[in-house]
Design a protein around this ligand. Structure first.
Ligand SMILES: [Cu+2]
Length: 152
């Protein structure tokens, strides 16, 4: 997509956030049972800038700790591990999704309510802070499905 297209998209969809050349869209998490205090956040990241850009840290008031995770397969066993950064080349997009890269939350203080939205801050390697909210979806709810079915 060309730059004008990206700009137009940004105007049409207020859910797209941009800072430091990085665009973030459709951040969501799945509601978990109250006895589980870990969770994952998924989102779509695009580097609309001219320089490589990386997410190096995350913070959220709802969890004691947040890590960048990726899934790795070792000897046929799928596990997840922390990575130091999520790096995107100019023009690159990355979809964080269940079974793939994700943001992992540990020590969630209170259960995240389906339908609620909670703040999350991404720190980029150039010092930019991207403040976003992620939505918590109930069982069976699909990310972005409500937006697409909403007539304007
Ligand atoms: Cu994880």
């Amino acid at each position: 997509m060309n730059k004008a297209g990206l700009l137009a998209l940004g105007l049409l969809l207020p859910a797209v956030l941009q800072a430091g050349g990085l665009q973030v869209e459709n951040a969501w998490s799945r509601a978990m049972p109250p006895n589980i205090n870990t969770g994952a956040v998924y989102l779509r990241l695009c580097n609309a800038g001219a320089l490589p850009r990386a997410v190096i840290r995350m913070t959220t008031p709802v969890a004691a700790r947040a890590e960048l995770h990726q899934h790795v397969e070792r000897a046929g066993v799928l596990s997840m591990q922390e990575v130091a950064e999520l790096r995107l080349e100019p023009g690159e997009c990355r979809q964080l999704r269940p079974g793939g890269d994700h943001l992992m939350l540990f020590g969630i203080g209170r259960p995240l309510q389906a339908g609620g939205s909670y703040p999350l801050t991404l720190e980029l390697d150039d010092g930019t802070l991207l403040h976003l909210d992620f939505r918590v979806l109930g069982p069976g709810q699909r990310p972005g499905s409500n937006r697409q079915s909403e007539p304007d």
